[in-house]
Design a binder for this molecule. Structure first.
Ligand code: GLV
Ligand code: GLV
Length: 312
């Protein structure tokens, strides 16, 4: 029997694989537990994207008996993967199970940002609605327009499938040529051609501020930017300025560079739909993510190769 640290309670049934394997679960307490202290007494950690698994935590674990860190998320920019590899600690994530749910959310933002849903609802709730007005709350059409996907992983492809139903032309950009229809080698060209740009790249040193002032300036003044990837892929201050000046039409954002803090300029920016990082937040998907992360821990502890291993 091994001991597994769970950094947050997960949806019901999410840790069944660990319990079924006969391991013991230790639940960290409070919103900001001292992970470096807690990992010294466990074989595995099931953590969230909000937990910083840095060198200090990994070394404290390696000095004891920590063998695996399993993140219940597809993005693992919160884990020092190189340090884990150097210490022989396996890192796992949960790609695949959240693709469709996250693509649903990206599409929700594509629609709600383009159609100014948040502003319109705010007016209604504030009692400012004077009745149907032919010039009121005029957004931009989504159907039949051009969607530019930055990244071409599973979530991007799931968004592309939805876009087909809306009669959209779909372009995609990635560093390596996908050979698929709609591939655009140059990011500036994709930005200039798209009516909506949706971001689907992981956060790495090369994607940090991938979309900054220069890139926003290339977008159409009628265009919408959607980010369900990681906040720091966008220069948020530049985005707030672009919205304020009308350089782009609207934005739909689910992720922020300093979560849960939100850049005050972004909060104040017009024509912006802001959601609190709920891309994968359905009961089914969050349960599936927890189960997959749990299963990976069991696999590593049993000497099996887990389905999704993160490589440094
Ligand atoms: C969510 O943002 C994830 O990476 O799973
Ligand atoms: C996630 O799995 C992605 O590839 O976008």
């Amino acid at each position: 029997m091994a001991r597994v640290l769970l950094t947050r309670p997960v949806p019901e049934g999410g840790t069944d694989p660990i319990l079924d394997a006969g391991h013991e679960i230790v639940l960290a307490e409070g919103p900001a537990p001292d992970l470096a202290g807690l990992v010294a007494d466990v074989d595995g950690v099931l953590c969230m994207l909000t937990d910083r698994i840095d060198e200090r935590v990994l070394r404290a674990g390696a000095a004891a008996r920590l063998r695996v860190v399993s993140v219940a998320a597809v993005g693992y920019d919160n884990v020092d993967v190189a340090e884990a590899a150097a210490l022989g600690i396996v890192v796992c994530n949960t790609p695949g199970v959240l693709d469709e749910t996250t693509a649903d959310l990206a599409f929700l933002l594509i629609l709600s940002a383009g159609r100014l849903a948040s502003d319109a609802e705010r007016d209604l709730r504030a009692g400012r609605w004077q009745g149907w007005g032919i010039t009121d709350h005029l957004g931009r059409d989504v159907h039949g327009t051009c969607l530019g996907l930055v990244g071409c992983g599973r979530i991007a492809r799931a968004v592309a499938r939805r876009a087909e139903g809306f009669g959209m032309e779909v372009l995609h950009h990635s560093r390596t040529d996908t050979g698929a229809p709609g591939y655009v080698a140059a990011l500036p060209e994709l930005l200039a051609r798209s009516d909506t740009v949706s971001l689907h790249v992981p956060l790495t040193p090369s994607t940090r501020h991938l979309i900054g002032a220069e890139e926003l300036a290339l977008m159409k003044p009628t265009a919408v930017l959607v980010n369900t990837a990681r906040g720091a892929v966008v220069d948020e201050a530049a985005l707030a300025r672009a919205l304020e000046k009308g350089d782009i039409f609207a934005a739909g954002i689910d992720v922020y560079s300093e979560e849960p803090a939100i850049d005050p300029d972004l909060l104040a920016a017009p024509r912006t739909v802001l959601l609190p990082h709920i891309g994968s937040a359905s009961t089914q998907t969050r349960t599936a993510m927890a189960r997959m992360a749990s299963q990976a821990i069991c696999d590593v502890l049993a000497g099996r190769t887990p389905e999704h291993l993160v490589r440094a």
